[in-house]
Design a protein around this ligand. Structure first.
Ligand code: EPZ
Length: 431
């Protein structure tokens, strides 16, 4: 099993180029199944979750051609099955997106119940509610979601909770439905807008994405397109936190600063100096970090996917900080691991962490409980005294492309290793 070993204490500085957003690229790949024509998707990250989804759609007959590391051409004319059974796909959350697009185009689909990060209760009732409102019959049997419809007809759908996944999935099913669909209490995240823009570039008629009411006028067919995925605000935010914890000076390039406002505002509140351009943000963390309160909320609030990383940064802030995650009920599982490094954090009621600032963290062997928690532990290791080993990095690699290489370019001492021999070698070479 691969791990990262890190020798902490280096001040990170320089520029890092941010890749395409995994959580936008996944539904966009699924949306490509809605047309028989060629779809070219640029700026997709080369990470495990994306590659698993591309393999899964090629197993049901889509032609998937890698044009380059970050571009892919998909042609879904020859799809011969609407059942995704790929063992790997059961492990990713986004396995539910082909449900929306296959149902939309073929009026039937069978996909595994989603897996993904273990960050608390993750029901799919709102996806089901939306599909049923459009006229589909949904059954769950043997771990699979089975959807069938004679035809899909537009309807009003009011989501009981604000959900990114269900908003996108019902949008995928509704674009080819007869008549009008209105999604109320829709999620507003930048990737909702990106998926809507992608679908509109294929000839769909979607209005209001980015607000809490999305109006979709069904069309007869969609056509091919070429589209570039938005930059990954969570990858960018992760490097911004790395600047804060290492007292570094990092410029994240190829970003949309507007998408990063909640993260930038918190870092500024904590004392970091930020400079913003059209497509970059520079974070100078050479300051005494100040305590703050963070509430992870739906967009435009502070993103839950940045909650573990900011909690690590707050370990280095003077005084007591409070971090609440209102989105998921089990997203503080990494705190036990951080405690091994000397953090002083108490979790109350499962979704609030009380973080006491400390002088330093010390390196330890820790394990990634999920994607963002894993990367937060890496961030902690960058600032800790001595060596940190982060196990189970397959979680991290589901969403971060070349994390170790990008960090090394900024001056970090980090290596992906397989065994004790490689760990010893790293320790001997580390300065
Ligand atoms: C997406 O998950 C992302 N995953 C998550 O990113 C992200 O944390 C989350 O959105 C919130 O931004 C992907 O895009 C693959 P939700 P998703 O539906 O769609 C409840 C990462 O690290 N809910 O917005 O599963 C749910 O329990 C991952 O990249 C229902 O009750 O999130 C949660 O409390 C982790 N019923 C809230 O809504 C439903 O049918 C928000 O979930 C669906 C969701």
């Amino acid at each position: 099993m691969e791990k990262y070993i890190i020798k902490g204490g280096n001040v990170l500085s320089g520029e890092v180029s941010i890749g395409g957003f995994k959580n936008a690229a996944l539904p966009i790949i699924a949306a490509a199944l809605l047309t028989e024509e060629n779809v070219v998707i640029d700026n997709i990250p080369d990470v495990k979750d994306i590659n698993v989804l591309l393999d899964a759609i090629s197993e049901i007959g889509a032609v998937v051609k890698r044009i380059s590391r970050h571009s892919v051409m998909i042609n879904a004319k020859g799809i011969y099955s609407t059942c995704l059974e790929n063992d790997m796909i059961k492990k990713i959350r986004a396995s539910y997106y082909p449900l929306g697009s296959l149902l939309g185009r073929f009026k039937k689909a069978v996909v595994p119940l989603p897996g993904g990060c273990n960050i608390g209760n993750r029901p799919i009732d709102q996806h089901i509610k939306g599909f049923q409102a459009l006229g589909a019959e949904i059954k769950i049997e043997h771990g699979m979601i089975i959807a069938n419809a004679d035809k899909l007809v537009g309807n009003d759908v009011y989501f009981d909770v604000t959900t990114v996944g269900a908003t996108i999935n019902v949008m995928l099913a509704a674009v080819l439905a007869e008549g009008n669909t209105v999604l109320e209490n829709a999620a507003k995240e930048p990737h909702i807008v990106d998926v809507a823009n992608f679908l509109n570039s294929m000839g769909a008629n979607i209005k209001g994405a980015g607000t809490d009411v999305i109006r979709i006028k069904g069309v007869k067919a969609l056509h091919g397109t070429e589209y570039s995925v938005i930059p990954d605000q969570i990858e960018a935010g992760t490097f911004m936190m790395a600047a804060a914890v290492t007292k570094g000076d990092i410029t994240v390039k190829n970003v949309i600063p507007k998408h990063l406002e909640a993260i930038s505002a918190k870092l500024a509140e904590m004392g970091c100096k930020l400079t913003e351009g059209d497509d970059y943000i520079r974070v100078n963390g050479n300051c005494n970090l100040k305590r703050t309160k963070v509430r992870a909320l739906e967009y435009p609030g502070f993103p839950t996917d940045m909650q573990p990383q900011i909690t690590v940064a707050l370990c280095f802030a003077e005084g007591t900080s409070i971090v609440t995650d209102t989105i998921f009920d089990g997203r503080f599982k990494y705190v036990d691991e951080l405690t091994k490094m000397g953090a002083n954090i108490k979790v109350e009621g499962g979704n609030t962490a009380i973080v006491e600032g400390i002088d330093k963290l010390t390196g330890a062997q820790v394990s990634s409980p999920d994607l963002r928690a894993g990367v937060a532990l890496v961030t902690a290791g960058l600032a800790a005294d001595g060596f940190t080993i982060v196990d189970d990095i397959e979680y991290i690699e589901r969403g971060y492309e070349q994390l170790d290489e990008k960090l090394r370019k900024l001056g970090a001492q980090i290596q992906r290793v397989r065994d004790d021999k490689e760990i010893k070698k790293f320790k001997l070479k580390a300065v």
